[in-house]
Design a protein. Structure first.
Length: 172
């Protein structure tokens, strides 16, 4: 399964709508995970034109709580791997605060998962910690909290019970 990853689109406060380059980068995926700070449901409608969408409720997603696609945390099993989709996952910060990784998984996702998909920071990253893949696709519209420049999305591939991830740098 090929899953498109996107987060922190901030439509319409940063941009009026998703650029074609963003949707083009996600074409061909089987599903799309949006890791929050969507702001308007029309973003998910556009993404659903590509593939089915699940989204995490971001700290800026006021009034979206009743959208069936959006939850604070989604847990989904794909090919034997449990994926947790959430907005904020404070890795590695929480380790510096004295928390264990297991404690943070329990606190933020309700228990252990094999893959964490998160957003919030606008900074793209792919990391492994204690056999858990942690992917933040960054932001396609405000990368590193800068505007008027192309950002990033991610692709998560799961095949034969193994996961790989990549960050896609957008161009326009």
């Amino acid at each position: 399964m090929r899953i498109g990853l996107i987060s922190d689109t901030h439509v319409p406060s940063v941009v009026r709508s998703l650029r074609r380059e963003i949707t083009d980068a996600l074409r061909g995926v089987d599903m799309i995970f949006h890791a929050g700070d969507i702001y308007v449901p029309e973003v998910l409608d556009v993404l659903e034109g590509i593939a089915p969408v699940l989204a995490a409720l971001g700290n800026g997603d006021v009034g979206l709580e009743n959208d069936r696609r959006i939850l604070p945390v989604h847990l989904l099993e794909v090919e034997g791997l449990l994926i947790g989709l959430t907005h904020a996952f404070e890795y590695p910060d929480f380790l510096a605060w004295g928390y264990t990784f297991d404690h943070m998984m329990q606190r933020m996702l309700g228990g252990p998962v094999d893959i964490v998909v998160c957003g919030d920071t606008h900074v793209e990253s792919i990391q492994w910690h204690e056999n858990v893949l942690i992917v933040n696709p960054g932001s396609p519209t405000a990368p590193h909290n800068l505007i008027d420049r192309p950002g990033t999305v991610g692709i998560l591939d799961i095949k034969d019970g193994k996961a790989t991830a990549e960050i896609v740098q957008l161009r326009w």
